[in-house]
Design a protein around this ligand. Sequence first.
Ligand SMILES: Cc1cc2nc3c(=O)[nH]c(=O)nc-3n(C[C@H](O)[C@H](O)[C@H](O)COP(=O)(O)OP(=O)(O)OC[C@H]3O[C@@H](n4cnc5c(N)ncnc54)[C@H](O)[C@@H]3O)c2cc1C
Length: 462
Amino acid sequence: MLNPLATTALMTALDEHRVITDHSTREIYSHDETPKYCLPLAVVFPRSHDEVVAIMRIAIEYGIVLIARGAGSGNVGGALPSPQSIVVSFECMNQILEYHPEDRYIVVQTGVITAEIDRIAREHGLFYPPDPGSAAYSRIGGNLAMNAAGPRAVKYGVTRDYVMGLRAVTGAGNSINSGCRTSKGVMGYDLTRLLVGSEGTLALITEATLKLLPLPEARATLRVCYASNADACRAVSRVMNQAVIPCALEFMDRFSIQAIQAAGSATDLPAGTQALLMVEADGVASDLPRQIDALQTALAGTGLLDLQVATDKAAIAALWIARKALSHAVKNIAPLKINEDVVVPVSRLAELVIHIEYLAQSYDLPIVSFGHAGNGNLHVNIMVDPIDTNQMQRAKHALHALFSEVLALGGTLTGEHGVGSEKRPYVTMEIDADSLALMRLIKQQFDPHQLLNPDKLLPAQI
Ligand SMILES: Cc1cc2nc3c(=O)[nH]c(=O)nc-3n(C[C@H](O)[C@H](O)[C@H](O)COP(=O)(O)OP(=O)(O)OC[C@H]3O[C@@H](n4cnc5c(N)ncnc54)[C@H](O)[C@@H]3O)c2cc1C
């Protein structure tokens, strides 16, 4: 139970309707997209930066752990409550504070839904490029904390590339401001880049100044079928090795195709299709034919079975339906997906997919791979039944073997989902001891009482 004095202090700082301790509300905030669960002591709903400062100071006074939460759509346990913690939900901090289309930036509270920022930008011929698959419901604070990305990252970059500045509350209860509102600025250490991707472990981010770009005039989508995963990945490497950078380059393997076809999508693929690429180009309308030509040339090669081009809005949307249905369609293959998010240099992608096929065979596991191939970023889903202990053991070994291969190919273990609680045991496979020690010192400076998401990101100390 939450200390009654802390409850009173919180109710005084916010108001009693925004400090919730009833069991059914706490249940709603007890998990994210991972299958894990932990009931928090309370959920609080600040409306302003100053209220977040007050919450942090009360947490320090009573020694209570705080778990920042956006929409809880993260899939590595980042927003999973710790035992005896309070969830700080940012959903009432949903105000657009300033919008400057003439200088192409917007200032928002961090509970704003990601897609809402893009919608507002489009009213003035601008757009907000980061487009995680969860943009319709995830909140920008969650995107900032995880450095979220999506299909457009291959051309436009990730969340971090669009953050000009932040306002935040550290674990010491101090307010900090980082960055500036100009397109250049080099004053002081870059706290903005440090906070983006910090997974709620250094500070509670309350406000963000985000860069917007001019909306491209036109788009074209290509759907390309191949006879094997390796053929498709070699085509990805060719595409990324020529001058026209696509604004999306997505890969789906045979199991992904089977999953979406079982859900009623992409039923018109030619026989023998084992892998699919979705490629998109955007820009000035008069330049699109040139871009499509260049992409078609790069995509042609061994194993190409079919290539379709869509240039009008409805046809483009129809081609993308299959990719958008995928995350949920995959869930029908087995009760649990161990959802990994590895990245390798694009030129090594074919080697990675061949190795994944080998792991699936050797460990006798269905492994479904799809994702942002243009960045070399694959979502590798090991499909398991958690009550089958033998299968779970095989999955654990397969995972370790996958991670070893990714690092051997010059890659990284997470491209966009982050570490959270799920990948903590693997951090030391990638980060050396001295770098990790420095990260622990940074954590100590920002969060001296170890109250901000303490069981996440950095590995447990033995
Ligand atoms: C169907 C589906 C598709 C997805 N597609 C993508 C994708 O394409 N790309 C991608 O990158 N991710 C994707 N994700 C993962 C997830 O949506 C992202 O990680 C997203 O950024 C999480 O946002 P959220 O608001 O749900 O954050 P939450 O899950 O609530 O929190 C995520 C982390 O951020 C911290 N946090 C939240 N708000 C704050 C704050 N204000 N200050 C400090 N820390 C904070 C939390 O403590 C936690 O560590 C997908 C998830 C699903 C379910």
